[in-house]
Every structure is written in C-alpha cells, then in structure tokens.
Ligand binder design. Structure first.
Ligand code: UDP
Length: 476
C-alpha cells in the first residue's frame, strides 16, 4: 500500500491566518493526508503555550500533536523585535524561511523518507517565496487566501489597476482618491484600503507593493488558488475570477481537543457557562479580532454603549487592545472583587469580559443575538456561518470591503458610524444594537446566508466539490 500523501502547509504569521490554515490542515488529515504545519518559531511557541494553558485549565486541548506535525522555523527577526511591523516581518521571512523550507522538502526526498513531501499549501501572503520553493523542488502547490475573494481579486488585478490609472505603477499609491469596481457585480473598493496603502509610511508601502506583485507572478504557476469563502457569498467575484476556487467557510478554531492555532487561551468554560444562563438571542457578542487597537476614549465609549444597551453582553478585551494599555472603564463597571480591572462578570452581572473567547462556539450558541465586529474575514465568515447579524465596525484594510459585503451586498448588518469628532458614540452603539435585535428581515437574510454557507460545504456543495478537486490533484 502506498504511504499517505504528505502535504506541507505554511501560514502567514498572523492569528487570522494560522487559525484557518490549521483548519485546512485538519481537513487534509480527514482526507487521509499526512500534514506538516510550518509556523514561525515565535508563533509556534504561542500556539503550544495556549494549548498547554488550556490543558492546565482543564480544557480538552491536551496537545494532540500526533495528528498534525507542528514544526517551526526562525522568521529572521531578533528576539523581542516588534512583530507588528508586518512589512519588515514579511520581507525577513522571505529571506530566512525560503532556504529552510527548501532544505526541509529536499531532506524529506533524500533519505528514502517513508513520507516525502509531495505538495505544498502556502498562504497566498507567503506565496511570493514559498511557491517558488515548490516549483524548484518540483512538488505540487496551491495558494490559499484566507480572506475574501474580492480582495484577492484586487491583488490579482494590480496590472489592470495600473492600466486604468487607479494606482501608481511604482509604489501602488492611489491616483484617484475614490472607489473602483473590478466588475459591476463586485463590491465597491476604496483605493485607500488597498493593503499596501494602509501601511502608513512610504518605504513600507512600496516594499509591500513590490512583494505583492511578486505574489501575483508566483500564483500564476501554482496548481490551485483556494479561498475561504463560498460561491453564494461572492458570486460576482467568482464569475470574473474563475481560477479562484472557494472551499469555505471553514469551521475555524473548533476542533475539540486538537490544535486549532489560537495564540491565546480561549476562556471556553467561562464563556459558555455564562451564555447558557442567558435567554435565547439576547446577548451582544463584541470582539475585534487579534490586532485591532482602540484609543482610550473610544474604548470607554464602547463600554458605556454596552451598558446603555441594557442587554447582556460578552466582550472580548485583549490585554493589549488599548493604545498605551490604559483601559478606562466607566465607574462601577467592575464589581469591587475585580479591583476595578480584570475580567469576569461586569456591569452589575449583565455583562461578561474575557481576554479571548472560543469564538466559533460563542457564535454558535443560541443565546447570541448579534455580533459587534471589526469585520475581519474569519469573523465575518463565522458570523455568517452561524446566522448572527452584525454591527460592522472596520478598522483596517480589507475589513472595509467586508463591511460593504455585510451591510450593502448581503444586507445582514448595520454600519457603525462615527460622529463629527470621529467617535462612535454610546448612543449610536446602543441604537444600532436595538435596530439589529429587532429587525426580522435582517434575521431572515442572515439565516438565508447561513443556509447557503452550510450547503456549500456539504457533500454536493460547490466548496465541497472544489476541495475534492484539489485533494484529488494533490494526491495524483
Ligand atoms: N478569535 C477567537 N477569539 C476571540 C477573538 C477572535 O477565537 O476572542 C478568532 C476568530 O474566531 C477568528 C480569528 O480569531 O478565527 C480572527 O480572525 P479575523 O480574520 O476575524 O480577524 P484578525 O484577527 O485577522 O483581524
């Protein structure tokens, strides 16, 4: 009997990438593959520590490392260097990881290894160098894009955007301060929200733009371009970009007792046992992903908005969510046992604050009535998959396109809108939540999207069929 096919999966080193790529890795294992998952050393340590911490707290995540081989490689940064400097991290990884990955693959071929690496699934964002390694080592390859197909399409259309005088050919900066569409059926995008134009300094912008152009060339040679989306969500985009195959939405972060890639320990039992006590569809779930930062004023306004809602709320407050780490809560928000700061039950018992949640499980809970989100793509797909309406509050890059999908295309959420001083006020927050909770048409539409999402990943669904196609090709 021939050994199982061996795939190497390489994520981009960010939370919103490691989680969906680990889910893809598990899905490959479900289909009989052996999988090696190559994190950066920095993130490998975080994933292992979060799993160990979960196990210590009595959770099910005893590190089941036998299912997927978790390996790590240095990213090229010094210990303690700022890994939020994504441009520097991206460029250094290309330099430092490419030779190691190449060596790793060749080693597996050399020693008569029982399980030589036969294929690579690379995050599109490391594709610039990783797919090149796959080509050099003559293994099959696929790029996986863990965000919306529309945003991927904007990268694949860099030449067109230059040709149409929408962006500059040298550094990608906006030539028109406005919106564009890649086809009439695709969502409107803003030049200022193109990934490289959000970097904030010219040198970084140009470096990222050049790197992403390299990515476009690299994916041209790979066997598949997959994306964590589904046909019904982005029909117009898949019609215009048929090479991009939807295989989602993935059930991200939800493999009980197995590695799912959290960088922090989810407060699983605390969240779920609290949710169990709340009435059906009553809870406002508030979470802004892994890297959104607030200023102190907006943070406090949000806290007051949640109080003003008068509804139960579950709020994820990462320890680093506020610039300068000054979390200013309204007076009396925490009970005296919390010492005025910390987590647990708040706002006179009506709310719950945790530092990281098991988000899939939370959104699937019957008590959750709406989702206040930064519109990260994983969060967007998780909300849709669970039929939860959104208050859409984007901060960065692709989150603005996701907001357009949520509010203007699928019409399953309402926009968070700032006042003239740039603040989203407590009254606005409370008002939006009230509108969301009482809008029956919105609820129907989000249930419709949930159904489409589930049908797409079931046997016979487009995402399921696409995944089959990809598995067969990698296996051949
Ligand atoms: N997440 C989680 N618990 C939290 C907040 C987020 O498990 O308290 C997960 C969430 O389910 C999603 C990922 O972290 O899978 C965040 O990805 P997303 O694309 O939404 O946002 P990003 O962090 O990339 O901005």
């Amino acid at each position: 009997m021939s050994p199982p096919p061996h795939a190497l999966v390489i994520p981009y080193p960010a939370q919103g990438h490691v989680i969906p790529l680990l889910e893809l890795a598990h899905t490959l294992v479900d289909r009989g593959f052996t999988v090696t998952f190559a994190n950066t050393e920095f993130n490998h340590r975080r994933v292992i520590a979060a799993m160990a911490d979960t196990a210590k707290h009595g959770g099910a995540a005893a590190a089941q490392l036998d299912r997927i081989r978790l390996v790590s490689m240095p990213d090229g940064m010094e210990p303690g260097e700022d890994r939020n400097n994504l441009v520097r991290l991206t460029v250094l990884m290309a330099e430092h990881m490419a030779p190691r990955v190449e060596d790793f693959i060749l080693q597996s071929h050399r020693h008569g290894d029982a399980e030589p690496i036969m294929c690579m699934v690379a995050d599109y964002n490391v594709g610039t160098w990783a797919l090149d390694v796959a080509r050099r080592t003559k293994i099959k390859s696929a790029a996986i894009w863990p965000a919306s197909a529309a945003v991927l399409a904007s990268l694949l259309s860099i030449d067109e955007l230059i040709h149409r005088n929408i962006i500059d050919a040298n550094d990608g900066s906006a030539l028109t301060q406005g919106t564009f569409r890649l086809s009439p059926e695709m969502p409107e995008m803003h030049t200022a929200h193109l990934a490289w134009n959000c970097i904030g300094n010219h040198e970084g912008q140009e470096a990222l733009f050049r790197y992403l152009i390299g990515g476009v060339r690299a994916v041209e040679g790979c066997d598949f371009i997959l994306c964590n989306s589904f046909h019904g969500a982005e029909e117009g985009t898949f019609a215009r970009f048929p090479k991009v195959l939807p295989v989602g939405p993935f059930l991200t972060g939800e493999r009980d007792g197995k590695a799912v890639g959290h960088f922090w320990r989810p407060e699983h039992d605390a969240c779920l046992s609290w949710l169990d006590k709340q009435p059906a569809r009553s809870v406002v779930y508030v979470a802004f992903g892994s890297s959104t930062m607030f200023d102190t004023r907006q943070f406090k306004e949000l806290a007051m908005g949640l109080e003003l809602c008068g509804r139960p709320f579950l709020w994820v407050v990462r320890p680093d969510i506020v610039h300068g780490d000054v979390h200013e809560y309204p007076d009396g928000f925490f009970s005296s046992e919390d010492g005025g700061k910390g987590g647990g039950v708040v706002a006179g018992g009506r709310g719950m604050v945790v530092s990281w949640s098991p988000q899939q499980a939370v959104l699937a809970h019957k008590a959750v009535g709406c989702f206040v989100t930064h519109c990260g793509w994983n969060s967007t797909m998780e909300g849709v998959r669970n039929g939860v309406p959104f208050m859409a509050w984007p901060y960065f890059a692709d989150q603005f396109v996701n907001q357009v999908y949520i509010c203007d295309v699928w019409k399953v959420g309402l926009k968070a809108e700032a006042d003239e001083s740039g603040v989203i006020t407590k009254e606005h927050i409370a008002g939006r939540v009230e509108e969301l909770m009482s809008d029956k048409d919105m609820r129907e539409r989000v249930e419709g999207m949930k159904k489409l999402a589930h049908e797409s990943v079931k046997e016979g669904g487009t995402s399921h069929d696409n995944f089959d196609l990809f598995v067969q090709a990698m296996n051949a």
